[in-house]
Design a protein around this ligand. Structure first.
Ligand SMILES: O=C(O)[C@@H](CO)OP(=O)(O)O
Length: 247
């Protein structure tokens, strides 16, 4: 039996301000930092240890991982950063307030933009100053690989090669893996792992800064999964994420 630990980053400044974030590289708030530290303490207290760590190229996730590892006295572990674990790109919504957007377009439309499987938010123009296409961290990618918007289906399509080529082989080799990523890149992984339908994935929300443990069999099929710590608090935090897009 393998254990895979997934952690969504701690609260970010734009989570606090309730803004669509996507690939915008905002930092953790003091609360987010505490959530990361708490996750590290919890993992250590529960006897977890890792051999290799994976995260995105966005600082809210990398910093979350660093603090988790610091608390576990494991800052020396190898860390692989991949853009494939980045948050889903939020297109022209990046920077907008979620509940103001719901007031303008309605709760139902914002739910579609936030949680539908295959409807992407309006795209950024490539010339928009918010576009990440000129960001040096993506310089080695083909232009079209740096999205101008994404639906979850698009995120699944770019996360899955990373699962197949990096995460799954490492887990199969017996390595203990932790992934510090984002609400929607984790939803993409969970959709695949639990074979969640396109309709049911709409209801899945991942809370900030709480380790989500997947127990996997030898074929990497999930046996069960659970949040570490207070399960009721994790459920409340997931419900609060769901409510962020309402008026
Ligand atoms: O804004 C975002 O990039 C994500 C995660 O914070 O938000 P949502 O939960 O609305 O998909």
């Amino acid at each position: 039996m393998h254990k895979l630990v997934l952690i969504r980053h701690g609260e970010s400044t734009w989570n606090l301000e309730n803004r669509f974030t996507g690939w915008t590289d905002v930092d953790l708030t003091p609360v987010g930092l505490e959530q990361a530290i708490h996750s590290g303490r919890l993992l250590k207290a529960e006897g977890y240890d890792f051999d290799v760590c994976y995260t995105s190229v966005l600082k809210r996730a990398t910093r979350t991982l660093w603090h988790v590892l610091d608390e576990m006295d494991r800052t020396w572990l190898p860390v692989v950063n991949s853009w494939r674990l980045n948050e889903r790109h939020y297109g022209a919504l990046q920077g907008l307030n979620k509940s103001e957007t719901a007031k303008q377009y309605g709760d139902a439309q914002v739910l579609v933009w936030r949680r539908s499987y295959d409807t992407a938010p309006p795209a950024l123009k490539a010339s928009d100053p918010r576009s990440e296409r000129s960001d040096i961290r993506y310089a080695k990618l083909q232009t079209e690989q740096v999205p101008l918007t994404e639906c979850l289906k698009d995120t699944v399509a770019r996360v899955m090669p990373f699962w197949n080529e990096a995460l799954a082989p490492a887990i199969k080799m017996g390595k203990r893996v932790v992934v510090a990523a984002h609400g929607n890149s984790i939803r993409a992984l969970v959709k695949y792992l639990d074979n969640i339908s396109d309709n049911d994935i709409v209801g899945l929300n991942i809370p900030n800064g709480i380790p989500l443990v997947y127990e996997l069999d030898d074929d990497l099929k999930p046996i069960r999964h659970y949040y570490l710590g207070d399960a009721a608090a994790a459920a409340r935090a997931a419900a609060a994420v769901a409510a962020q897009g309402k008026t």
